[in-house]
Design a protein around this ligand. Structure first.
Ligand code: 5GP
Length: 208
């Protein structure tokens, strides 16, 4: 039997020590400007990965499967809870939403930064499992302004807006669970503030 000699890697051949990627969460009440802020982050940091959530809710007009969400059945979602497939999952307004654990773990261990756009229930679970997660809560200047923003969006009925405002109040009362709270009064200032904090983490100068 031929036994080949094991070749020990020289310093030059060894892969560079892989640092773990940063995990960022952005949460906000509905109408809080979160989608725009997340887009601004991904536009500025094009190497950052967005974790596409899975959901059992129906796609809205214009939403693309695999881009905005992976739209799956309730049966599949529940099966995946049993198979421990979710890094976190929650029920929001009657629908299931979840972050796939495999994508998250693989990306972070490859040193990629990952952005999650999830709600407060998911944030609590992620903080439990990924204790270094950098969390942002986007705070509307007031509930009245949030109401006006939801109304002017024109996508929700009066009942839905009322339900969203009740949820918003509840979420805002828990904002201190987040490491950074950013008031979205002027969108451009909120974007600058968010990007400058993220830049500090990415350069190794943790702001906290
Ligand atoms: P929408 O249905 O309006 O897109 O999202 C409703 C809420 O679900 C938002 O607050 C959003 O952040 C949250 N959400 C979206 N994906 C996930 C997820 O994977 N996990 C959790 N926990 N919440 C999510």
């Amino acid at each position: 039997m031929k036994v080949s000699k094991i070749h020990a890697l020289t310093e030059n051949e060894k892969p560079a020590a892989q640092h773990r990627g940063h995990l960022f969460i952005v949460s906000a009440p509905s109408g809080g400007g979160k989608t725009t802020l997340c887009k601004a982050i991904l536009n500025r940091y094009q190497d950052m990965l967005y974790s596409v959530s899975y959901t059992t809710r129906a796609p809205r007009p214009g939403e693309v499967n695999g881009v905005d969400y992976d739209f799956i059945s309730k049966e599949k979602f529940i099966k995946d809870i049993e198979n421990d497939k979710w890094a976190e999952w929650a029920q929001v307004h009657g629908n299931f939403y979840g972050t796939p654990a495999e994508f998250l773990n693989k990306s972070l261990s490859e040193g990629r930064d990952v952005l999650l756009d999830i709600d407060i229930q998911g944030t609590i679970q992620i903080l439990d499992r990924y204790t270094d997660t950098i969390t942002f809560f986007i705070l509307p200047p007031s509930l009245e302004i949030l109401k006006k923003r939801l109304e002017s969006r024109g996508t929700d009925s009066a009942d839905t807006i009322s339900a969203r405002l009740i949820s918003a109040k509840e979420e805002i009362s828990k904002k201190n669970l987040y490491r950074h709270v950013i008031v979205n009064d002027q969108l451009s200032s909120a974007v600058s503030e968010l990007l400058s904090i993220i830049a500090k983490y990415r350069s190794g100068n943790n702001p906290i």
